[in-house]
Design a protein around this ligand. Structure first.
Ligand SMILES: Nc1ncnc2c1ncn2[C@@H]1O[C@H](COP(=O)(O)OP(=O)(O)OP(=O)(O)O)[C@@H](O)[C@H]1O
Ligand SMILES: [Mg+2]
Length: 165
């Protein structure tokens, strides 16, 4: 079977976004994985990472890391490093965070990381969240869409598995 490059998932409510992380992504995650969550302000990036944290059963709470750029959550199947790159705008600032030290043993999930963190690993999963067409008026309770794009062969294989869940 051909392995897909990307997968589109409809997320009618915040609970669906959370469950995508908890039930479909977290079980497939392995140490060294990098997840990049992108999309506009308030679209649900943190909600997705909270679901991943719940699925990995890490110590919480996974919060919107407003003033803290990176937080490590341990106690679960794999440690979760949650990064908010919103106020970072250069690869140098990312490298200064020294994420490398935890990367190999952890799952690293980066909000606003597109274009900044891809160099850290051989492969990554990009999750682009958007408001569904016709619902662009404001990021309230409107349905979202997630587009999952495999960055590397390992993720092509795992996207097939996600499709079957
Ligand atoms: N389908 C949906 N998926 C995710 N969140 C939704 C959805 N519908 C409504 N929401 C609401 O949108 C908000 C998303 O907030 P969240 O902090 O997860 O977004 P974010 O993308 O991380 O924001 P920021 O850009 O500030 O980091 C929450 O209040 C959540 O309840
Ligand atoms: Mg957030």
């Amino acid at each position: 079977m051909a392995t897909p490059d990307s997968l589109v998932v409809s997320l009618p409510t915040a609970a669906d976004t959370y469950r995508l992380g908890r039930d479909r992504l977290a079980p497939l995650l392995e140490p060294g994985d990098l997840i990049i969550a992108s999309g506009p302000l308030g679209v649900g990036k943190t909600a997705l990472v909270q679901g991943i944290g719940a699925g990995l059963q890490v110590d919480g709470p996974v919060l919107s890391p407003t003033f803290v750029i990176a937080r490590v959550h341990r106690g679960g199947r794999i440690p979760l490093v949650h990064v908010d790159a919103y106020r970072l705008d250069s690869i140098r600032e990312i490298d200064d965070l020294d994420l490398d030290s935890d990367l190999a043993q952890s799952v690293t999930a980066v909000e606003w990381g597109q274009g900044l963190v891809e160099h850290l690993t051989d492969g990554h999963l990009l999750i682009e969240l958007s408001l569904q067409p016709g619902n662009q008026a404001g990021a309230g309770s409107e349905p979202r869409t997630a587009t999952l794009t495999a960055g590397g062969p390992g993720w092509h294989r795992r996207l097939s598995a996600i499709m079957e869940l």
